[in-house]
Design a protein around this ligand. Sequence first.
Ligand SMILES: NC(=O)c1ccc[n+]([C@@H]2O[C@H](COP(=O)([O-])OP(=O)(O)OC[C@H]3O[C@@H](n4cnc5c(N)ncnc54)[C@H](O)[C@@H]3O)[C@@H](O)[C@H]2O)c1
Length: 385
Amino acid sequence: MNQVRFGVIGIGNMGTSHSNWLVNGQIEGAVLTAVCDTDEKRRQWAKDEWGDKVAVFADYTELLDSGLVDAALIAVPHYLHPEMAIAGLKRGLHVMVEKPAGVYADQIREMNVEAAKHPELKFAMMFNQRTNPLYQKVKTILEDGTIGDLRRVSWMITSWWRTQKYYDSSAWRATWSGEGGGVLVNQAPHQLDLLQWLCGMPVKMEAHLKYGSHRDITVEDDVTAYFEYENGATGSFITCTHDALGTDRLEIHGDNGKIIITDSQHVTVKKLRKPEDVLNHELDFRQMLALVKGQAGEKLYDEESFSCPENWEQQHIDVLINFTNAILCGEELIAPGTEGIKAVEIANAMFLSDWCGEMVSLPVDGTKFYKELQKRVEKEQNSHV
Ligand SMILES: NC(=O)c1ccc[n+]([C@@H]2O[C@H](COP(=O)([O-])OP(=O)(O)OC[C@H]3O[C@@H](n4cnc5c(N)ncnc54)[C@H](O)[C@@H]3O)[C@@H](O)[C@H]2O)c1
């Protein structure tokens, strides 16, 4: 194969962007040959836009069976991701899934089991922030051991401002039945994936969620979570969609220093000249104060800063290029599909903790989570009757 023929399932906001990048030749080695959407208007738009160059389907299984595609890119509402990915893999197609991997961990486990049966196929997630050079550099700094073992991570990501008109723009958004949640399944999956990609998976989670806070929606739009790691390190994660003056600040604190990232664009790395454990044993209170105030004749830490402008479009294009190269020449995937479950596990744990009023262990109890989710789906559906 010297060219990957893509079929995009779902040509709404995101699927249309993917399709355009493919049609415009921005993904070397890839071409758009088919799209699918259940919405007649979107199908007509595709026909008007691309004519005979791109086949248009109403049923995704027809696209998968058409013989016109080597890879399926799934950009429909989240609940459908695992089912469509499994269908693609079963037909011998490479699959890329938009974030999040799905809504509940059990459906994603099924998808991963299917993927494991097809090691010859490339299965990837669209975690576009993983190609952001800034986060790639931060990951290298962490892996180099610059700041030592993790002690604490905190991410305040309240810059996901969404107005009521956004929520009202399509029926599936911000509902338990159509979307499976709010900020934790739509916006924050980007940060939840980065969090685990950079710092690993937490083992315990406690969270407090607010539902329809300042918005007319039934799902969560305000989250405050506390979590713990295997080594005893702690974390906090705060997100919401109703803050017009939102904050994006990630701090990762280790034995030997800390990394501060603001607005996903500016990074400061502070490396202690001696590990905190050593200073803890060496210094008395006066010496400690002198060092902190810069009066000790030596510095507490060395500092390095850098910035990287955020390029949302290029991030996606780079993930698509990586996926294409993985198919054509075996390049290592930046975001393997099987890793999609991790961000979903973290979100599921946050929900379950709030719903049950307790600290929960990860991996979450999938059956319990699904049952609790169904209660909310049913309540929402009954309220519409
Ligand atoms: N990576 C990112 O930055 C990013 C950004 C936006 C959205 N997304 C993800 O992309 C997915 C889609 O989000 P969106 O904002 O484009 O939503 P959207 O509502 O704009 O588009 C979804 C499209 O899927 C179609 N669809 C629904 N069910 C279908 C089915 N069974 N078969 C075929 N088509 C079907 C709808 O008609 C619609 O056109 C979501 O999972 C979302 O999380 C990712």
